[in-house]
Design a protein. Structure first.
Length: 226
């Protein structure tokens, strides 16, 4: 047991800039003991006068929240399952909650409804139904060591996952047409639908909702109504 005065001396020496190794040697204590004393609060005047450290208060199990408050928290989480525990704590103070933050966090974690998982549905197209086209960019390292950005136009058949890539210089309309013809030639024909993944050269609206184009058997073009 390290005396209170020795603990106070260790704190004062540390505040004065004395290294912990020198403090341990001067106070004839181990370095670990010095580190443990410095991690504790500085002894108070009553402790120094009594030459005895006060016992730390025992931490028991946090008190349970009132059932009425529990129901209010449950109703709040049912209404907004994304509300933060700190916000629940703030509101619960007005309901008469007197517990701590940790207890409320544990209660919120227990009462928060589990997120509803949306069903995962995979839509696979039929052979020759449609293909998807889009521009892309990537960085390549040349033999000279210089890095250069490359622009490409990619077309992929939905059913077979066959892909054809064309290196291009820009993303203009003529580039789209020429690259599209090259992809259809590599495919060996034209699928029923051509889907473009919102390229700026083709989209008609800001969010790209309407620019999906359909290639119809009669050879006419029309915006998709989907």
């Amino acid at each position: 047991m390290i005396p209170v005065m020795t603990r106070l001396k260790i704190h004062h020496m540390a505040e004065g800039g004395t290294p912990q190794a020198a403090i341990a040697e001067k106070c004839r204590r181990s370095l670990r003991s010095v580190q443990r004393v410095l991690s504790e609060p500085v002894p108070t005047l009553p402790e120094v006068a009594a030459n005895q450290r006060q016992a730390a208060p025992r931490r028991g199990r946090p008190p349970k929240a009132d059932p009425a408050i529990v129901e209010q928290v449950r109703a709040l989480l049912d209404e907004d399952r994304s509300v933060l525990a700190t916000e629940v704590l703030r509101r619960s103070r007005a309901w008469g909650y007197t517990g701590g933050k940790s207890a409320m966090s544990a209660l919120v974690k227990q009462l928060r409804p589990s997120p509803k998982l949306e069903p995962l549905v995979c839509f696979d197209g039929m052979p020759g139904e449609y293909a998807q086209f889009d521009f892309g960019k990537c960085w390549v390292k040349l033999f000279s060591g210089r890095r250069e950005q490359v622009i490409f136009f990619a077309g992929r058949l939905k059913f077979s996952r066959f892909m054809h890539i064309v290196l291009v210089e820009n993303e203009r309309a003529e580039t789209v047409v020429r690259s599209l013809i090259a992809c259809l030639t590599a495919f060996g024909g034209s699928p029923k639908e051509w889907v473009f993944d919102n390229p700026r050269t083709i989209r008609l609206t800001r969010w790209g909702v309407e620019p999906v184009l359909l290639h119809r058997p009669c050879g006419t073009w029309s915006p998709s109504t989907a």
